[in-house]
Design a protein around this ligand. Structure first.
Ligand code: CMC
Length: 417
């Protein structure tokens, strides 16, 4: 471990201290006085080398393919915890005992209803809108009605599935979702999505389990684009609901959570056009073509994304247990094999990410493509809230990066005539 780093600029020597995390390969040079001392700033588009905070929520080792939630490996969390237990862990730092989880679940159920005011405003939403746009707008509306709510984390955990189901149902001209007080969180979600006017949906336990596991896989992933968005809003002391609403919008983009919808659309296109994998791989490698192999590559993982491996297993198990065949799953597995044997993908260390297999699970459950990213948002909610809580508890300074200005020099307006 080195405690100081020397930087030489124009023959002057500057000394900067260092910061280390729990693991010593998580290390940073403390540049918070860099501009004050040297006049320089760091230039790091995409923030690829910039640590913006200290955090104790999740840990990723991208070279080894490790993901920990509050210290617990994702593989153990998936095997031993429910999504609600995982949410409790992520929000509070420790796993709940049976009394804790019972209280947690009861408090969430207290808010398990669709607010009349939200419903009346939602009647005006055109069904052509994308469900991610509908969801972020509805979550932002909570600000108007519930800004002083003390149990804001549990309130939001209760409202997200209701508003996600409302978004789904608006798109289909269906009656508003009916909440069920008796069901477990994920079962309630499936009922709210798929029940019809005179027919209550009874979700299959195999499907509840698969969806619950996918929500767990999405629960947190340190400083990704949407979480950083939520933290940034938290740093300016914007309220929780508006911060999460902004996170939903950040997630929507196809380089981030929107990739899960794009993956299935890409696989369907490959299948429709005859399944020529070589052609599609060459297209992804062609720098003149904007196409990228969706569901491949990650900023941090330069090895297998452990979530992708678990999602693949969930997809395989689900398809088997439901006794259905899915040509898209077979194609995805072949495409993965093909890409991983290609030198371009090997050299650039591009592996399947979480979004490569998650859409196959959603599809088997009966969730339409434009709702895939909404499902991701439901899973990511505990992570967003924990980061918002952490930034407020740490009292981190407001996020305010610098820039290198490359526009015009000062000039005068000269009007003719
Ligand atoms: N297909 C083809 N080439 C790729 C891909 C891909 N999917 N991903 C990265 N590359 C190439 C890229 O062109 C670049 O090549 P070069 O060095 O020759 O310029 C190199 O690999 C490094 O890529 P990058 O874009 O600089 O890496 P990044 O860390 O900025 O981007 C990424 C990461 C996830 C945005 C990117 O890999 C990507 O666009 N993947 C496809 C979209 C996707 O699956 N997104 C989901 C991410 S995981 C879930 C989530 O976080 O939401």
């Amino acid at each position: 471990m080195c405690s100081n780093v020397n930087l030489e600029i124009d023959r002057y020597n500057y000394k900067f201290s260092t910061t280390y995390g729990t693991y010593n390969n998580d290390k940073a040079i403390n540049f918070n006085k860099l501009r004050e001392d040297t006049g320089f700033i760091t230039f790091d588009p995409g923030l690829k080398n910039t640590g913006i905070t200290k955090s104790s929520i999740s840990f990723i080792d991208g070279r080894k393919g490790i993901l920990l939630y509050r210290g617990y490996p994702i593989e153990q969390v998936i095997d031993k915890c429910s999504f609600l237990e995982t949410s409790y862990l992520i929000l509070n730092g420790e796993l709940p005992d049976s009394i804790d989880i019972d209280n947690f679940s009861k408090k969430i159920k207290k808010f398990n209803f669709l607010d009349e005011e939200i419903l009346s405003i939602s009647n005006k939403i055109p069904k052509e809108c994308h469900p991610m746009g509908i969801l972020s707008s509805l979550i932002n509306l909570l600000t108007i009605f519930n800004i002083k709510n003390e149990d804001k984390y549990l309130y939001l955990l209760a409202k997200m599935p209701i508003l996600a189901s409302l978004a789904y149902r608006i798109k289909r001209n269906l009656t508003p979702p009916c909440t069920d007080q008796k069901s477990y969180y994920t079962s309630n979600l499936l009922k709210m999505l798929f029940s019809e006017k005179n027919r209550e949906h009874k979700p299959n336990y195999i499907i509840i389990d698969a969806l619950d596991k996918l929500l767990i896989l999405h629960a947190d992933h340190e400083q990704n684009c949407s979480t950083t968005t939520v933290r940034l809003l938290g740093s300016s002391h914007t309220n929780l609901y508006s911060s999460v609403s902004a996170g939903i919008n950040a997630l929507w983009g196809k380089r981030h959570g929107g990739a899960n919808q794009e993956v299935i659309e890409m696989l369907e296109n490959i299948l429709k056009s005859g399944g020529n994998l070589k052609k599609w791989i060459n297209k992804a490698k062609n720098k003149k073509d904007p196409f990228r192999l969706m569901g491949f590559g990650h900023r941090i993982y330069k090895n297998f994304d452990p979530r992708a491996q678990i999602a693949k297993k969930i997809a395989e198990d689900l398809i088997k247990k439901l006794n259905i065949s899915d040509p898209i799953l077979d194609l995805a597995k072949n495409l993965e094999k093909y890409a991983l044997s290609d030198s371009y993908f090997k050299e650039k260390k591009l592996y399947p990410n979480i979004d490569f297999y998650s859409g196959i699970v959603y599809q088997a459950i009966g969730i339409p493509k434009n709702m895939f990213t909404v499902m991701f948002a439901l899973g990511r909610l505990p992570g967003w809230m924990a980061h918002w809580k952490e930034i407020r508890n740490n009292n981190d300074p407001i996020g305010r990066p610098r820039q290198i200005y490359i526009g015009n020099k000062k000039r005068n307006i000269i009007k003719c005539g």
